[in-house]
Design a protein around this ligand. Structure first.
Ligand code: ADP
Ligand code: ADP
Length: 233
């Protein structure tokens, strides 16, 4: 009865192709902070995109609060899980404010109007990720790190119980990386959000994760606590 449950999942690309990973059975509970750890090419992005509903499972299913991903409408899914991917965004004309405000569309509808509360939420999130001075800057004029922060702010205003992030610190320098990780950690500790993020940074995962999902090419996904990983080294 975890908030996210994964049952018999196989992930990969294309019909009839050999899955990259199969027989994945895992879950995420309220307030859990999970790092999906593995070297480049292990299949982290593939698993993340499948859990987020952007890639169809080859087998098995993913459940959010008991609802099958296959049966959730896009707007219902957006109220349960927010997703931050590293893929370059194709939204050239948006400002930071407009991008972050998109996180409210599951509630307002695409053509809905932001309430004053929505506007405040958006502005607060922008400040929390350190972009207060860039509110009206077009995101295609920003650095990768700044864009990443804007995406995280968008996830914050979506106010979902669950947040999935693919390599959220990939483009950030060390101070920004620590800030973002602390912010995410607080979201799980104080607000009970389930956080799943992928990384190839073992040290960071050891420091911050409640649980580590270890993924390596051609191996079954392993779940452990950071202490297990240290001891088995
Ligand atoms: P990258 O090239 O993506 O930066 P690295 O070359 O730094 O990755 O390899 C480190 C990887 O080794 C970690 O991401 C992790 O997946 C793997 N690893 C580290 N410790 C263990 C362990 N105890 N058991 C299995 N795999 C481990
Ligand atoms: P990671 O995120 O751990 O670096 P990925 O999930 O990006 O790993 O990649 C895992 C494997 O899937 C790689 O061999 C990669 O080449 C392959 N792959 C990634 N994207 C696609 C795609 N769109 N179509 C086919 N194969 C892909």
């Amino acid at each position: 009865k975890g908030m996210m449950q994964v049952k018999g999942l196989a992930v990969g690309y294309g019909n009839g192709s050999v899955p990259l990973h199969s027989n994945i059975d895992i879950e995420v509970n309220e307030g859990e902070f999970i790092c999906l750890l593995g070297p480049n090419g292990a299949g982290k992005s593939t698993l993340i995109k499948t859990l987020a509903g952007f890639l169809k499972p080859i087998q098995g299913d993913v459940f959010f609060n008991g609802c099958s991903l296959k049966q959730l409408s896009e707007s219902d899914r957006s109220k349960l899980v927010s997703v931050v991917l590293t893929d370059r965004l194709q939204v050239p004309n948006l400002t930071v404010f407009e991008l972050v405000a998109l996180g409210r569309t599951p509630y307002t509808g695409f053509f809905g109007k932001l309430t004053p509360e929505d506007v405040e939420l958006v502005n607060n999130a922008i400040s929390r990720v350190g972009l207060a001075n860039y509110r009206h800057k077009p995101i295609d004029k920003m650095s990768d790190g700044e864009r990443q922060k804007a995406m995280i702010a968008k996830a914050l205003v979506q106010e979902t119980p669950f947040i999935i992030l693919d390599e959220p610190t990939a483009f950030l320098d060390l101070p920004a990386k620590l800030e973002i990780m602390q912010l995410l950690k607080r979201l799980s500790c104080e607000h009970g959000r389930g956080i799943l993020l992928s990384t190839h940074d073992l040290e960071m995962a050891l420091q911050i994760a409640d649980k580590i999902w270890l993924l390596a090419q051609g191996r079954k996904l392993q779940v452990g606590i950071p202490e297990d990983l240290v001891l088995s080294n």
